[in-house]
Design a protein around this ligand. Structure first.
Ligand code: NCW
Length: 459
């Protein structure tokens, strides 16, 4: 890693930490978490509609039926971003809005919605960044096996081409999957997320077909003329004294996705350890070439490191198949409302490690943020915990840039409080508060602070 003195000088200006010129500042959301309008205008059902209706799966039976009603209120939400001075907005497209059954007929009214949203953003001077898959698989495809079925990957590429065909003239940056680790290991290996299956073998098959879907979608997007294409992974440094434990968890969290995409191979240690669950016969000749098609950016979602230790008799954590004998979550640090430790140094470490181990791919933080139990007082939300979380992580990102990481932007998770998956509406990640009774939006102190950071391109 080389660190140029000139670069580090440029980034500091009378005590202000400056980010590089052109650094992209924005916010992120996901379709199922904010749109609502679950039955409007021909949208088909997704696995999250089904899962949230399955008793006991989501806190208090919450669903995304209404959520933030963003489907109808998007002009107000875009205006909030414009007033905050945000330069970019990362949103996801709901696959079942575009193709109600996940393959076959296209729903023109679904396409129309994203068309309107993109035009509204551009009119407000905000650059749209599209995520094609943020977990809302069409239920019809799940009925055929979902991501455990190889066909789903091909359908995903068709859907990518449809979306790009309509929006590609105005949207430059496209990412394929959001956090495939969650889709595979929360959705198919542990049952914590939709579709709620809990078989380690299914988690590995889903991982491969998600990655194949990514590679096929990259090809489809390129064929349709896209020039900035990437994937978003939820990555975490794994901390602990026991080398075998940290390597195992690092393999299952990070390298199982990074290596195929950026090196064209699965990590040998992960393949070996998973043999007790799968023979990997779903990996066919040519798949890894497809999966490792060059990408233009890597989206990094960072929340916290994972701390592990060897502990005899510890049962496997179902989200990490084969992890018996490993204890998780031991960090001695303040926790957010999710119980996640606040450890900003992990972001610096992660970005520098990516630069070192997977050089040449520009990085963008596609999500970072925190849930806290916010309250509105006289029309204001004094979310000091979130503000300090964001400040610490931006300093950590800046340190990584000074250390040589090619970091191009930062998108806070999330613009709005929203449907936090299995946690329902009880966990609030937004920099803008949402009153779900009235749909009133209230920018929190963190949003007002972030707005200043964005305007001065620094801290
Ligand atoms: S749940 C989750 N998140 C949050 C979500 O709102 C967003 O859509 C995701 O991209 C914030 O960022 C991501 N991430 C996965 C959490 C892992 C939970 C592991 C539970 C293990 C027992």
């Amino acid at each position: 890693m080389t660190m140029s003195a000139e670069k580090s000088y440029d980034l500091r200006d009378s005590g202000v930490l400056r980010f590089p010129e052109g650094f992209v500042w924005g916010a992120a959301t996901a379709a199922y978490q904010i749109e609502g309008a679950a039955r409007d205008d021909g949208r088909g059902p997704s696995i999250w509609d089904t899962f949230s209706r399955t008793p006991g799966k989501v806190y208090s039976g919450h669903t995304g039926d209404v959520a933030c009603d963003h489907y109808h209120r998007y002009p107000e939400d875009v205006a909030i971003m414009r007033d905050l001075g945000l330069a970019a907005y990362r949103f996801s497209i709901s696959w079942p809005r575009l193709q109600p059954d996940g393959s076959g007929p296209v729903n023109p009214r679904g396409l129309d919605f994203y068309d309107r949203l993109v035009d509204e953003l551009l009119g407000a001077g905000i650059t749209p960044i599209v995520t094609l898959y943020h977990w809302d698989l069409p239920q019809t495809l799940e009925d055929l096996g979902g991501w455990t079925n190889r066909e789903t990957a091909a359908h995903f590429a068709d859907y990518a081409a449809i979306a790009h065909g309509r929006l590609g003239d105005r949207v430059e940056t496209w990412t394929t999957l959001n956090e495939p680790w969650c889709s595979a290991f929360l959705g198919y290996a542990s049952g914590i997320h939709a579709p709620g299956l809990a078989e380690p073998a299914l988690g590995f098959a889903a991982t491969h077909h998600l990655l194949l879907g990514h590679g096929l979608a990259v090809q489809a997007l390129r064929a349709s003329g896209a020039t900035k294409v990437g994937i978003t992974l939820n990555l975490a440094p794994v901390l602990g004294d026991d080398v075998a434990a940290t390597e195992l968890v690092d393999g299952l969290q990070n390298r199982i996705f990074l290596d195929p995409v950026l090196r064209g191979e699965y990590p040998a240690d992960v393949v070996e350890r998973a043999r007790r669950f799968t023979d990997w016969s779903f990996v066919r000749d040519g798949d890894l070439e497809t999966i490792s098609r060059p990408i233009d950016l890597l989206g990094v979602n960072y929340y916290h490191p994972q701390t592990v230790a060897a502990r005899t008799g510890e049962p496997a954590n179902p989200v990490y198949p084969g992890s018996e004998g490993i204890a998780f979550g031991l960090a001695d640090a303040p926790k957010t409302a999710m119980g996640w430790p606040v450890q900003p140094f992990g972001l610096t470490d992660l970005l520098l490690r990516l630069s070192r181990d997977y050089p040449g791919t520009p990085l963008i933080i596609t999500e970072n943020g925190a849930a806290y139990d916010d309250v509105v007082e006289d029309g204001e939300v004094h979310d000091v915990g979130r503000l300090s979380y964001l400040d610490g992580h931006l300093r950590a990102a800046h340190a990584a840039i000074e250390g040589g990481a090619d970091l191009r932007g930062y998108l806070v998770w999330s613009l709005l409080d929203n449907f936090e998956w299995a946690e329902g509406y009880r966990k609030r990640f937004g920099v803008v508060h949402v009153d779900y009774g009235t749909q009133r939006r209230t920018p929190k102190d963190s949003a007002l602070w972030y707005s200043k950071v964005v305007r001065r391109n620094g801290l």
